[in-house]
Design a protein around this ligand. Structure first.
Ligand SMILES: [Zn+2]
Length: 448
């Protein structure tokens, strides 16, 4: 199986350290607001990654974090904490906000039929470990204190710029003069933030005899170390994480533990909506619920996502979503028909499908194999295992009255009683079923 590794900027053969425990970490959501559909795309691609590893005989151990403190509105260690902002907006406590949006995210995760991570780690459950990590970095001489926090001195970590191929001189020249004058280098970042007197920050822990809270990057470095150990196999995230968040995670982890943090880094690109960047201020966002209100299931959206590649830029439109929806319905109906016609046994087409996906998660190539071949029912079950599109789960679910109506329709047609046959067809349609006549007899399918 080949994956594009951001670390080397190359397509590489993926070899885990131990196939029976492939260590994977995914940067999860900051739980402070309703995610828009674009926020789910990366989790859909990483779901494909997990499913592909499994079908290649590996056993992933996967950790996803929920950021419930310390993610500021700016990546540059200033701005509000997103959770505090959410609490203010909704007149709730930060803990209520974290609880509500965590639950909301995980419910939608399930609706998208995404394989549940082995560990779901809330950042606030790892504060003691964050502090230990900051202490370790201090002991090794990587930190310094300013009036607003403990910072990582990036000049002490010689490979800091490597991962993102950063041009630090250029960064320095471009920095604003008033950009936190206490920082020694422009790229230095907060490991721990102090809460100033009078500052309204409800989540607070004592460290260095002052109230404060952890920086966003240290949360991931800590959780990875606690849950997965020193060198993990795959770390996933969005391309926006490369220059700051992941670069900083690597610096913290490798400086403290003196081990390579991760062998493979996978980064997902963004989608745009109707040609524009998705943003609340542009008003072009959709939540999964809004799509449902328009008649699209979360799995239709998943289908749309998997028609593209995780590294590509994609443009989302309702028109394309409608096409994805009918493609999924078509597949579902083919699976249902195969089952009724006794075309059951798994074929070698599954090997071809997996082979396509093994090339850097190329689901689009696998999809065209599916479109251009006759699949048996067990092939469709394999397609479901690989993509989680819910194609086969209702294959047995036609109620008895549907089967009875189909028999009655056959009878009516035999007797050339076409008025009755048409009436039965309408009755079926009212219940979201259709009858399709095949050379091997009629089969029921879903209307929508
Ligand atoms: Zn992270």
């Amino acid at each position: 199986m080949k994956l594009y590794n951001t670390l080397t900027r190359k397509l590489e053969e993926f070899k885990p350290q131990n196939p029976s425990e492939v260590k994977i970490y995914t940067c999860g959501p900051t739980v402070y607001d309703f995610p828009h559909v674009g926020n789910y795309t990366s989790y859909i691609y990483w779901d494909l990654l997990i499913r592909t590893l499994k079908l290649n005989g590996m056993t992933p151990k996967r950790v996803l974090n929920l950021t419930d403190v310390g993610h500021l509105t700016s990546d540059a260690d200033d701005g509000d904490d997103k959770l505090e902002k959410g609490a203010k907006r909704e007149n709730k406590t930060v803990w209520e906000i974290a609880e509500f949006y965590s639950k909301y995210f995980l419910e939608n995760y399930e609706k998208l039929n995404l394989v549940k991570p082995d560990v779901i780690a809330r950042a606030t459950d790892y504060i003691d470990e964050d502090i230990k990590l900051v202490d370790e970095l201090t002991r090794k001489g990587y930190t310094y204190e300013t009036s607003d926090g403990v910072y990582f001195d990036t000049s002490k970590f010689p490979t800091y710029a490597d991962f993102a191929r950063l041009d630090l001189d250029h960064l320095k020249a471009g920095a604003r003069v008033d950009f936190n004058s206490e920082k020694k280098n422009v790229s230095d970042f907060a490991l721990w933030k102090f809460i100033k007197e009078g500052e309204n920050h409800a989540m607070r822990w004592d460290y260095l005899n002052r109230p404060g809270y952890p920086g966003w990057h240290i949360e991931c470095a800590t959780i990875i170390h606690e849950e997965l150990g020193e060198t993990i196999d795959i770390h996933t995230g969005g391309i926006d994480h490369i220059p700051v968040h992941h670069t900083n995670e690597i610096a913290e982890s490798e400086a403290a533990f003196e081990k390579k943090m991760c062998n493979f880094w996978l980064h997902c690109n963004f989608i745009t909506i109707d040609g524009e960047k998705i943003s609340k201020s542009l008003g072009n966002t959709y939540t999964l619920e809004q799509l449902e209100e328009k008649g699209y299931m979360p799995l239709d959206f998943k289908m749309w996502v998997l028609q593209g590649h995780f590294q590509g830029t994609r443009n989302f439109s309702l028109l394309d979503l409608a096409a994805a929806k009918s493609r999924r319905l078509n597949w579902k109906n083919k699976a249902v028909a195969a089952k009724q016609l006794g075309q059951i046994r798994k074929t070698t087409i599954c090997d071809e499908i997996l082979k396509a996906v093994n090339e850097n998660l190329n689901s689009a190539a696998a999809f065209s194999i599916i479109d251009t071949n006759e699949l048996n029912f067990e092939d469709w079950q394999f397609v479901d295992e690989l993509f989680g599109l819910g194609l086969t789960k209702d294959a047995d679910n036609a109620p008895d009255f549907v089967k009875r109506l189909i028999e009655e329709r056959e009878e009516a047609r035999k007797n050339k009683d076409f008025a009755v046959a048409d009436e039965i067809r309408d009755q079926l349609a009212d219940n979201n079923y259709i009858v399709k006549d095949t050379p091997d007899g009629p089969v029921w399918q879903f209307l929508s």
